[in-house]
Design a protein around this ligand. Structure first.
Ligand code: AMP
Ligand code: GLY
Length: 425
């Protein structure tokens, strides 16, 4: 089968690397891809939101499966668009419908969904310009810290954790009155702050059955010791030592099963990944958020740990065979560390040559490209997050050390990475 993967980050390089190993994968195309995905298949100059171009490409290249990496095309309805094309009716699209993608695309939708299905989450209320004054009163009476979330997609910047009422009111006004995130902040969810340790769980579902494909902990802040600005993710580890069997069982019973049952009961069409952001509050799981896709850099630690044929799992979403699959994991730990451009998550330069990618790698280390491209036969930086170096280890410490020993031999002007990924373990 010929496969088209949409996206261009480290997540997509890890997915491409994994899918390319499948006996079911003939030609693999990645749109638009990066210099790393180009090593696993053929990069195609198509935008992820160019639905017509993607449909035409599927026809031209006899694509049998489309795998959607990022959330934007999902929330914009790529699933629905492709399955409604009569000539593409046999193409297996991996991802949720636009309606189901609202689990990520609208914080209010996901909070209502959790409420309807008794899924533990922080208490909340939602406000628009119509009840702005009421919202101000609600904030003034709220315990601190208080969490404000722009309802729609805001490129990971739509959440404010305010330590004072004045800060919360200012952020609220910025979102609703000054339309900080345009229509994405026309509605704002205000919720309780959850104490605890964060963890993400990943599920593959056909909307009725599910497989838990793993869990991971992401390090979001730019600085060591979890300080400084938020980023897309500076590193990741899996498995997470504090996620013991008892906690994971609670997550499955209190969160995963009601989520999948909720999708089925509401007939939400969902053939893809559910990324569940969780807080472990004294041993009890609470959902912070749903995403309708895999995480980045979570994918760079989970794909190496999964032993199953990923393409077979994707195909099983479309013929009720998901339950027949037994998940097989590599029991070793995996850590990934992101090398980022100088200045990230603020402004940074692109087009800087990367040295050290030709080093001979130990067989238990993988370099996944995130923001890279090829220029005059050389690999250069092309984004804030540039490379994710993933390594296996008998424990997380060993995995982190191996990743760092490879990173030490990689170099580009301004390169930075956190030396403390996995510091708590
Ligand atoms: P989100 O965009 O929903 O992933 O939120 C970004 C980050 O804000 C999360 O990863 C958490 O670290 C934090 N966060 C979001 N909601 C809450 C909450 N209710 N309590 C504590 N932290 C939160
Ligand atoms: N690493 C967090 C995300 O992919 O949203």
């Amino acid at each position: 089968m010929n496969i088209l993967l949409l996206g261009s980050g480290g997540r997509e390089h890890a997915l491409a690397w994994k899918m390319k190993q499948s006996v079911l994968c003939d030609q693999l195309f990645i749109a638009p891809g990066n210099a790393g995905t180009g090593l696993c298949g053929t990069n195609v100059a198509l935008g992820i939101n160019d639905f017509e171009g993607i449909a035409q490409f599927c026809l031209d290249q006899k694509i049998g499966m489309v795998v959607v990496g990022p959330e934007e095309p999902l929330v914009k309805g790529i699933y629905d668009y492709l399955v409604s094309q009569p000539l593409l009716k046999d193409v297996l699209v991996v991802g949720p419908s636009a309606e189901a993608s609202q689990l990520e695309g609208s914080k209010a939708f996901s909070k209502h969904f959790m409420q309807r299905h008794n899924i533990p989450t922080a208490g909340y209320a939602e406000f628009t310009s119509n009840n702005f004054e009421e919202g101000k009163l609600y904030i003034a009476r709220h315990t601190l810290p208080v969490v404000l979330k722009a309802d729609g997609l805001a490129a990971g910047k739509g959440v404010v954790i305010a330590q004072t009422h004045a800060d919360a009111l200012a952020a609220f006004e910025e979102m609703i009155v000054h339309k900080q995130f345009g229509s994405a902040s026309a509605k704002v969810v205000i919720e309780e702050f959850l104490q605890g340790i964060e963890l993400s769980l990943f599920v593959l579902t056909d909307g009725k059955d599910y497989k838990i494909i793993g869990h991971a902990k992401d390090y979001k802040r730019i600085g060591e010791g979890d300080t400084g600005l938020n980023t897309g993710g500076m590193g990741c580890v899996s498995p997470v030592p504090f996620a013991d069997e008892i906690f994971l069982k609670k997550v499955e019973e209190k969160v995963v099963i009601p989520t999948i049952k909720g999708l089925a009961a509401e007939q939400l069409v969902y053939k893809g990944f559910v990324f569940i952001g969780l807080m472990n509050n004294s041993g009890e799981p609470f959902v912070i958020e749903y995403n309708c896709r895999m995480g980045d850099p979570e994918t760079e630690v989970l794909m190496p740990r999964i032993k199953n044929d990923l393409v077979e799992m994707f195909a099983a979403l479309h013929d009720n065979r998901l339950n027949e699959i037994e998940m097989l994991y590599d029991n070793r730990a995996v850590a990934t560390i992101m090398a980022v451009s100088g200045g990230y998550p603020g402004d940074y330069q692109k087009g800087i040559a990367i040295k050290g990618l030709d080093q001979s790698l130990p067989e238990d280390v993988l370099i996944f490209h995130a923001g890279t491209s090829e220029k005059d036969g050389k690999i250069v930086t092309n984004g804030g997050r540039v490379l994710a170096v993933s390594a296996f280890g008998n424990d997380l410490k060993e995995a982190v050390l191996k990743s760092k020993s490879v990173l030490k031999q990689i170099e580009f002007d301004g390169m930075y990475y956190r030396r403390d990924i996995g510091y708590e373990f």
